[in-house]
Design a protein around this ligand. Sequence first.
Ligand code: DSN
Length: 425
Amino acid sequence: MSYAEYKDKVLEFIEAHEKWRASTINLIASENVTSPSVTRAVASGFMHKYAEGWPRQRYYQGCKYVDEVELIGVDLFCRLFKSDFADLRPISGTNANQAAFFGLTQPGDNVIVLHTSHGGHISHMPFGAAGMRGLNVFTWPFDNESFNIDVDKAAQLIREKEPKLVVFGGSLFPFPHPVKELAPVAKEVGAYVMYDAAHVLGLIAGGEFQDPLREGADIVTSSTHKTFPGPQGGVILYKNFGEDVAKLQWAIFPGVLSNHHLHHMAGKVITAAEMLEYGEAYAKQIVKNAKALAEALAEEGFNVIGEDQGYTKSHQVIVDVSDLHEAAGGWAAPLLEEAGIILNKNLLPWDPLEKVNTPSGLRIGVQEMTRVGMMEDDMKEIARFMRRVLIDKEDPKKVEKEVFEFRRQFQKVYYSFDYGLPMKE
Ligand code: DSN
């Protein structure tokens, strides 16, 4: 192949991917789609620029326009999340976590996080950013019944280990964490309280989940592309917690990044404006849809986690499919992909780590399908498709045709200045 043909191939694959994604029901809980305005910002000339440091005090010339955008962004994020500071420079959620670990702790400090088996993120773990900072990582005691951190045992652990930092939030996150119960205990031992909002940032923006900064968190780290429907990137929101603020800022730049990706920064700013305008309606519909999907899946015969707690209070629905096949999620997720339903297999708290490729769970997120205009009735349709593939064992290719047909109705990105609120046409 000539080099020009390689170029053509790449563009062809991009086009094929975009067409396919717009035909499928994407339920990956950590993804979303951007509005045309945000997509334009990401594909802009801002991608060619360097801008280390603070707006109007850069180490590079030529930043007069990017500076204005970043200043608007800081203001909008502070308004949206009622935080004293907002830093749009982290280029991912993990990068934001790295900065927090470097800014707020020293190697050898104790930290308490949610274990990955209980839904914690890899960057919180000894093998991730926390371990790379040289922290002694302890994990929250977890109660499988309530699918949440065990408050009494957690308080005991904080008093015993006297951590420098406690971390709430995670990737499998159907129910709010007990921040207001445990933040005062963390303060007793002088620990900072951090909340990784990656999955639920858009719900917090819309007032539909817990509000960590009001519940006692000092700092919120996050990615910007899950329920917060921006481009891939990161953000840190924090209170004025005194002299360590300077250490955190130094850790962000020059600690863990040099240039921040200015085209993504611009996309985040437009997304913040979209969420100030439409965030409440969007977050409300996400949670309604998640509940509707959970109930519909249970009615179709699936073992949906968290019935006693109302199944979910976030964008996520968690299903245990270990009763359907010995390879459980390792069997179900690829089979659903053949039917045009995209989601991921997931370890559940009671799974041994060896089951990482055949875990009991499926993790489902409804934020993207909500953004393209789906409502509660559409969730029932999705549950039926899933039942036909996984319980009735219908040919997935046959179901795929109907999935594509169904998905054709949802081609606009709502809760945006481009398309406004969704209305059935
Ligand atoms: N691992 C991602 C998720 O899917 O939750 C977050 O980084």
